[in-house]
Ligand binder design. Structure first.
Ligand code: SAH
Ligand code: SF4
Ligand code: F3S
Length: 441
């Protein structure tokens, strides 16, 4: 009698940025093809994989805590644990040496096609791993297995060549490489046919995209012409790559959302130089003016690090000054956290005391909250075009949650919609983090 072997089941959990989310979708596609099944129920899984992040201490500790919890919950019941993503290439085989962790296999961001092999080897004697970083792998031949929703990620380039001194990404993800325009446009067409209304182009350094003679402006223009894709976003760009040509493409296409994430990191020229950000405060401010002149109505968000090595109070004041001057629509703020392998960890001292980092981040948060309160209040009375993302909010199951073209969250308290509908909404109320409104019929 023929016995059918049951498929091995996999549970995967994702940490970190959108690129990691996208990579998990690639992993799902690769393992599904290799005849693995996915489960949402961790307790049922034969294999548990964590797609990890190494950007800050916090991300790091979270994963350690998670592995210990898995081992505790599964006491006695066999399970294979795999570490994928940026902690894999940051800590490498040190992960095996930590006996308390009991990791069975490790795969870095460029090795996911080898996962079927690594997993099956983990059922043998050894502890398989592949941490090779590639100059070519873009997974352009894998169509990610997405979970649905209105937005689909497309990684258009991978890796980073910038070497900001605080950052692990160039080491965990390797050198920059881009997919071809044709290949990306094909994926966008397929996504439109599959019902996705929005795509977000991803890269660690997305506007450094270059494939043969095509730059990021050419790519955006080509994607904007794909029928059925109503909204296009991109993240994360670097301030060094914003030619006018790109801003003109943004302004010319209605379906390119008028929103840019423009990481500032710090306001002081000395700190910016220590960070190797390649721009000064003045150049950054000039870029903001140019973006606002060429793309009217643009919303800007940013990332800021407080307490980078040797940052003084006066230098931090420069960060506050830029934040006050630019008035970002939103901001992600982080305390500097020294990361293994980075230039800062090798050449500089993490000498700003934790208490000062906390003081600075609190001050920055207060300022940013006031700015967002003021900017959001200006939307009251306006009609904005909102794409519905889901039904039900914390306040009421009957509310809908959507996003304006400028990426602001809008709660809608009336009507009946499907995810993906784009509707005009009259804004009736605002708080620092959200807008509220009613549909206009
Ligand atoms: N490629 C993106 C950044 C990815 S990391 C870009 O260049 O915009 C996201 C943010 O994390 C960074 O913008 C930075 O603000 C923050 N970050 C990176 N390394 C950090 C570190 N060592 N400590 C604190 N924050 C850090
Ligand atoms: Fe890190 Fe800088 Fe590259 Fe962004 S641009 S991923 S912050 S090295
Ligand atoms: Fe984290 Fe790697 Fe993304 S370090 S932020 S998962 S690129």
């Amino acid at each position: 009698m023929v016995r059918f072997q049951q498929k091995r089941t996999v549970f995967v959990e994702t940490y970190g940025c959108q690129m990691n989310e996208y990579d998990t979708e690639l992993v799902r596609a690769i393992l599904t093809k290799a005849d693995y099944a996915f489960t949402q129920d961790e307790a049922q899984a034969d294999i548990i994989m964590l797609n990890t992040c190494a950007i800050r201490e916090h991300a790091h500790r979270k994963v350690y805590g998670r592995v210990h919890k898995i081992l505790h919950d599964r006491a006695g019941v066999p399970v294979k644990i795999g570490i994928l993503g940026c902690m894999a290439t940051n800590l490498r085989t040190e992960l095996f040496e930590d006996r308390g962790l009991k990791i069975d296999f490790i795969a870095g961001p460029d090795s996911y096609k080898r996962l079927p092999q690594l997993i099956s080897e983990s059922y043998g004697e050894g502890k398989p791993f592949d941490l090779t970083l590639s100059e070519f792998e873009t997974y352009s031949d894998v169509y990610p297995k997405r979970e649905g929703g209105v937005n689909a990620w497309i990684a258009v380039m991978r890796g980073c060549n910038n070497f900001c001194t605080f950052c692990v990404v160039p080491y965990t993800r390797g050198r920059e490489r881009s997919r071809s325009v044709g290949n990306i446009v094909e994926e966008a067409q397929r996504l439109a046919a599959d019902g996705f209304k929005q795509i977000t182009l991803l890269g660690q350094n997305v506007n450094s995209y270059r494939h043969e003679e095509h730059d990021f402006a050419d790519l955006m223009a080509a994607v904007a012409r794909v029928k059925g894709i109503e909204r296009i976003r991109f993240t994360s760009p670097h301030p060094k790559d914003f030619p006018d040509k790109f801003l003109e493409v943004m302004a010319a296409h209605d379906n390119i959302c008028k929103q840019i994430h423009l990481p500032l990191q710090a306001g002081s020229d000395r700190i910016l130089e220590l960070m190797n950000r390649t721009y000064t405060q003045e150049e950054f401010l000039r870029l903001v003016d140019n973006i606002r002149a060429k793309v009217p109505g643009i919303a800007l968000s940013t990332d800021v690090i407080v307490g980078f090595c040797t940052e003084t109070d006066e230098e931090f004041d420069q960060t506050l000054k830029v934040m006050r001057e630019v008035e970002f629509d939103s901001a992600f703020m982080f305390k500097y956290s020294q990361r293994k392998g980075t230039i800062a960890s090798r050449k500089m001292e993490d000498d700003v005391p934790e208490a000062i980092k906390t003081e600075r981040i609190v001050a920055l948060n207060e300022l940013q909250r006031d700015i967002m309160e003021k900017l959001n209040a200006r939307h009251v009375g306006q009609t904005m075009s909102v794409m519905i993302e889901k039904k039900g909010t914390r306040k009421s199951d009957d509310n809908f949650l959507g996003r304006a073209d400028n990426n602001k969250l809008v709660t809608i308290s009336d009507g009946d919609f499907q995810a993906g509908d784009i509707i005009p909404v009259m804004i009736t109320g605002a708080s620092p983090h959200q807008l509220r409104g009613v549909p206009v019929y």
